[in-house]
Design a protein. Structure first.
Length: 180
């Protein structure tokens, strides 16, 4: 009797573990924000839910907040990825393939038009010459434009480096809600 109890309990625990691994690998994962690069939208210490399914059917859209492997780091092991030991970045998609992007006069200019950006900490205090985003690449910026290590610093991001899209803040409780 006791032996069958432990066998059944062990089987249920194994099923739960496999389901949790599949959900984290294929559907959604929790993320902790380590830096102030996305202030005021996301604060250091915020906990976000990032979903992975959407981009299996469509590509990123301008304005999406994405989680990605920085372009200058190599992919970690599966265990490092599962445990969240690698430092993925969180930034906002500004330029899509085919877009032109420039920064001048405190404005981000996309396809010749200044972006309306009510979500930024402060206007950018730098200038960036116009570039055209090639196929398979993205131009991403942090909302804290002047305190973000992003595409204006290191260049374009490979779309293949995108892991997920941040959609919901679940911590702290007083700021719980959709991330936009």
């Amino acid at each position: 009797m006791l032996k069958s109890f432990w066998r059944e309990w062990g089987r249920e625990l194994l099923i739960a573990l496999v389901l949790a691994l599949l959900i984290r690998a294929e559907v959604a994962e929790a993320r902790r924000v380590p830096t102030p690069s996305m202030v005021p939208t996301v604060q250091p210490g915020d906990r976000l839910l990032a979903e992975k399914l959407f981009y299996r059917f469509t590509g990123p859209n301008r304005g999406d907040i994405i989680v990605f492997l920085p372009p200058f780091e190599e992919e970690g092991t599966v265990l490092e990825q599962f445990l969240g030991l690698e430092e993925d970045y969180l930034k906002r998609v500004i330029g899509l393939p085919g877009d032109t992007v420039a920064v001048k006069g405190g404005k981000v200019i996309v396809n010749g038009e200044p972006l309306v950006e009510p979500y930024i900490q402060a206007p950018p205090n730098y200038v960036m010459q116009q570039i055209t985003v090639p196929e398979g690449k993205l131009f991403v910026l942090g909302d804290n434009r002047n305190n973000s290590y992003d595409s204006h610093s290191w260049g374009l991001l490979d779309q293949s480096a995108v892991r997920s899209r941040a959609v919901f803040r679940f911590w702290p409780l007083n700021r719980m809600g959709l991330v936009k």
